[in-house]
Design a binder for this molecule. Sequence first.
Ligand code: RUQ
Ligand code: CUA
Length: 659
Amino acid sequence: MSKNKFLKVTMAIVLVAAFFSSCKPKDSGDIVSGDAAQKAYVAPGKYDEFYNFVSGGFSGQMSVYGLPSGRLLRVIPIFSVDPQSGYGYSEETKPMLNTSHGFIPWDDQHHVEMSQTNGEVDGRWVFANANNTPRIARVDLKTFKTTEIIELPNSAGNHSSPFITENTEYVVAGTRFSVPPDNANGDVPINTYKENFKGYLSFVKVGKEGQMDIAFQIEAPGVNFDLSHAGKGKSHGWFFFSCYNTEQANTLLEVNASQKDKDFIMAVNWKKAEEYIKAGKGKKVPAKYAHNTWDEKTQTAKSEIKTEVLVLSAKELKDICYMIPCPKSPHGCDVDPTGEYIIGSGKLAALIPVFSFDKLQNAIAKKQFDGEYDGIPVIKYEAALHGEVQKPGLGPLHTEFDGKGNAYTTFFVSSEVVKWDIKSLKILDRVPTYYSPGHLCIPGGDSRKPFGKYMIVYNKITKDRYLPTGPELAQAAQIFDISGDKMQLILDFPTIGEPHYAQAAPADLIRNNGQLKFYKIEDNNNPFVTKGEKEAKVLRKGNRIDVYMTSIRSHFASDNIEGIKLGDEVYFHVTNLEQDWDVPHGFAIKGADNAELLIMPGETATLKWVPKKVGIFPFYCTDFCSALHQEMQGYVRVSPAGSSVPLTFSLGTNLPATK
Ligand code: RUQ
Ligand code: CUA
């Protein structure tokens, strides 16, 4: 080994080691200057300036915070069942979590992306990825509810997702794990990676009302696609994906996928791909994936299994994909607000390369290639390079922008954020973060129009920042004021789950977009709705019992039910008759092995209950709704199978005694 090579290898090993055991900065005291508290303080009763939508990582959910207070406003269930709202437990919502693998109660949610119009955040929807069983979800910001989930075939570890194009034409996803395509025989030796494993990129069309549909997939070489971002402005029509493991290793990636000095950013000309699709170059390939939609009118989800997907081959259609060499094991792939600069954050690189879109176009036109990688043209590094940020820090992960020509990059290993000038590549400022930041977020920070003002950094390690809570500690976010030349820490706040990417938007954009306060009871088309107490009833069909029940302050109708027998399956369809903001009712029954319900005003939700014992089973409202909330209760009598107790239900009268 030459001395040079030896040095490089040693350096790589040190970096790898450092990456996995990040160091704690020495000056980790309270570097909070005098007016910090004032800057983060939002007086009781006052609203925050921004909504912050934060991924929940391994919790599978997304949480919503106010900025700059860091106050938790809501946890929106997306990819995991939610004991608070009954999401994934109520019969209406169960289909949302259906997949080609069946019902999946818990996933890993990494990245969120708000819809855009003309490259600006428009406040309509937030998209979210499921990393483990590949899916993309859409959350409607009128209701803060997950209204659609689409599964992605031919994918595994849906990491470079869900990033969107500047008019929300597409929400895009790249597979982290390359795998054999779904319709190929997957029963192959793992060490046939190079022949049999492929990387798929999914382009999911987003309709006017937000409806998602996989328009096409691009079959690309088998590598790990990590993160991505759409071009914008001049680079609209292009998408950029970071990829690592271009060594195509299949074991001990920590060493084997860190061999090469450069991996790639793959530039994808999706407008060209669209042309090929129009020209009939896509191949229809059998696939099985779920598409789940929430119907606002029936307040019920349905799950449909789709059976086909259109695939374009990057290898065959030479001018859709290009590889740009990028040092080393790139993670974040970020495009500045002008659309000219593309930043690849090599986790193991000691510099940050900044690529120029104009130069890339020029290099493609002049065929400044360095051969091919698995059939994809490789652009000459220097030909696409705008320049390198020298000695920025260790372990760069993600970059956001303030719209004033500055970039902000997190450094996992050296636990800091570095502010630098995109054009001159000069470092302007650096601040320590506690500890080991992953993502960061500036409101509108990956759009054409960042709102600036605050930067929130999401740390991977919390250690000593809060009162200890045993082995498991909360993850933490930190807010910095970035309105001046220097970044200023103003607040720490703990988060739910593990925050990865987050987005933020001005509060008015979200709260004045026609947000719903309650569901109109007359528009409730749930097949099991009970629109008034007089319609309350209990019906038997064989061993299926349907309880049409209402709730209003402070009683259920009916509240006494008899004639249920062991072996019955009971469906409580509870309609909340309230027509006012912020008056949910809950529903819980003793022995329910499924869940409880939380029902919004005007909504109907269904709990399935299979009693397993003979006896009396109380049910009650779980949400403290009025002064007489503790009176909001009822009883179900369960008799042995074959009993002759008639089916009766009542409210306010005593049932005639039956034996
Ligand atoms: S990735 S840091 Cu999904 Cu960076 Cu989280
Ligand atoms: Cu309804 Cu408490």
